[in-house]
Write a protein that binds this ligand. Structure first.
Ligand SMILES: [Zn+2]
Ligand SMILES: [Zn+2]
Length: 246
């Protein structure tokens, strides 16, 4: 009752805003109807490995052409929704509302999309954020999400499992081959983290997956450091026409 009253009082001072576009909504931590219906949820059927959605029903366990041609180091990657102009505001939009509320909302989408991966994980770890990127993203959203999920699923959280060794060029305009070259050797698993990862199934968390080059490089570093297997779970995923086709 007290909480409800406090919330109502707070809503008078700070009216609830959509986590995506900043429009007024009924209560805190929500999307407006337009942003909600604009999200493209990623669902089955999808590639058993990278999670890329298939347009047609396929047999369970089938993989896309890209994964068959060049198997990723990770076992399975899954994402909750497509990263596109409709979801961009939600993923990057900490201007609107509370960052923690956005993180909680995103963690909820990850918990639904990646339930199986979360349940089967031994350890949960975030993709690290480079120091030099902190000027525009002032904190590591991946680490906030992975901490929330580790708590929710009662799993160990290896917050410092991976370190970015050097400043990589911005990935924005690079082809996927260039991205891989750019990221080669960019991630290391510190000596003190190796013990807790040995033989473990590690679930890597990030906010957005673009070409998959970053999670691939992180998965390689984890496996090289003795992890038993790596899965990947992201809130959003780029599904571009120019990414490898089926
Ligand atoms: Zn909105
Ligand atoms: Zn695939």
């Amino acid at each position: 009752m007290a909480t409800t009253a406090a919330r109502a009082a707070l809503d008078l001072v700070l009216p609830p805003r959509c986590l995506g576009c900043g429009d007024r909504v009924a209560s805190q931590g929500e999307l407006c109807a337009r942003c909600w219906t604009g999200l493209r949820w990623i669902e089955e059927p999808c590639c058993a490995c990278c999670g890329r959605p298939f347009e047609h029903e396929i047999e369970p366990g089938a993989q896309c052409g890209a994964c068959m041609a060049e198997p990723p180091s990770y076992d399975r990657a899954r994402a909750a929704f497509a990263y596109d102009p409709q979801s961009r505001g939600l993923v990057l939009g900490f201007k609107h509302g509370d960052r923690l509320e956005t993180a909680e909302f995103l963690a909820g989408t990850l918990a639904r999309a990646g339930r199986r991966l979360l349940v089967e994980a031994d350890t949960i770890a975030p993709v690290p954020l480079h120091r030099l990127r902190l000027w525009w993203r002032t904190y590591n959203q991946a680490a906030v999400l992975s901490a929330m999920l580790a708590r929710r699923f009662a799993k160990p959280h290896a917050a410092q499992a991976i370190r970015r060794r050097r400043h990589t060029r911005s990935q924005g305009r690079l082809s996927s081959a260039e991205r891989r070259a750019n990221l080669r050797g960019a991630f290391v698993v510190p000596e003190r983290a190796r013990q807790e990862l040995r033989g473990r199934r590690v679930l890597l968390i990030d906010d957005v997956m673009t070409t998959g080059a970053t999670v691939e490089a992180c998965a390689k570093a984890l496996l090289g450091a003795g992890a038993g297997a790596v899965d990947v779970l992201t809130a959003a995923r780029v599904l571009r026409a120019d990414s490898p086709s089926l």
